[in-house]
Design a protein around this ligand. Sequence first.
Ligand code: SF4
Length: 432
Amino acid sequence: MNKVEFTPKSNSQENVLSFYKEPPNQDIEMSLLGKYANERLQVLREIEGAKLQGLKPTSKEVMKVITKHLPIRSQATKKEVEKDQISHFILRLAFSQTEESRRWFLSNETSLFKCRWGMLSSNERQSFLKRINFGHKFFKIKNEKLREELEGFVDLENNRFCKVPFEDVPDMVAMKRVFISEGFAKFLPQIWQDKRMKKLLDGLKDSYSQSELASSYFSTSKVNLKDLVWLSARSFPPCMERLHTSLKQQHHLRHWGRMQYGLFLKGIGLSLEDSLIFWKNEFTKKMNTKTFDTEYGYNIRHNYGKEGKCTNYTPYSCSKIINLSSSPSEFHGCIFRTVKHESLALKLETVGQDQPERVQKILQLSQNKHFQIACQQYWLLRHPKETTGEPISTLTGTIHPNSYYNNSIEYYKRIQEQSKNKKITQNQTNQK
Ligand code: SF4
């Protein structure tokens, strides 16, 4: 399937900040869908990262990613509005699967909304609220008694208030961010939002499966078997590097290790044929070929959709890997969660001798259970020549081990390109 058709009615008049009440209804290429969804995910990850580090979601780094992927303009193009709505809609579907993912999505989308809301002018805010027509009323405070009560708290001359039934905004009532009069909560529109945002998560019926989204992490190029050794040391995320090393040492991996690593290898472009050779080479150092073929070969073919229900399985995401439990004799899982502090410190100090501050930061993040942020920092530790000035989530994209890998490959391509250009410039200078 190359195109997805959204069937419900359209809402065409959005501009500046879109806020659809009905799902988008245009056809869209699968590849574009994945691109939109991934870019919005990068923004949400950046917001999450900022919050975990105690920064405001409105920090410079976050605003840079928002401006890059989901800009707010007075005259938004049709394409920008489409991107905003579709990316939101598809993530809304993808993150509707569990209570935990719903909460994650809602929390970061709310922060994103606040950031983008803050980018609007007062007029744009009012026209936005009018356009989406939530039944609110704007008014200026005229009543003398009220004016006296509110004097000093807000600028009464330059602000117009919003009036809604108070039961619609319990969060704001609890936080004393409204004043209540005659059954209505009255507040400045700048601080309006949460209850409405929750409505975005309602009504999921025709689901787009997570695997469709995850398929966008598949590498578009192929990987040769002979390149796995150097690639694992250079560009694999640490969880996969660990599985690779353990397999080479033990000539065996248990079920979850085989699943985690096997699907990752599939995702980076290792063919089924090469995958069978790779696993067989290692396992048959401990068992005969017949045992391997009957006990393990089937599962490898199964992962590639060649056995059983013929499902095209996708590589595990970080959140799935982080939540896998493991025993001390197993090597799967996220190393920032499963490896003991002392062993992790030893590994990091070995690879990051010249970056002791970053090493400490990673250890701290890992101890505080911010595993994916620790991994983003690890990516920077391993790719020290990064000079694009891109925000960290754009570079590392560690919502998924395969995006860690893809971004590493891109990094080395950039480095190669830079040194090629440098040589050309040098040659040209020498010839003059
Ligand atoms: Fe692997 Fe993700 Fe953990 Fe990094 S954060 S080690 S990519 S599971």
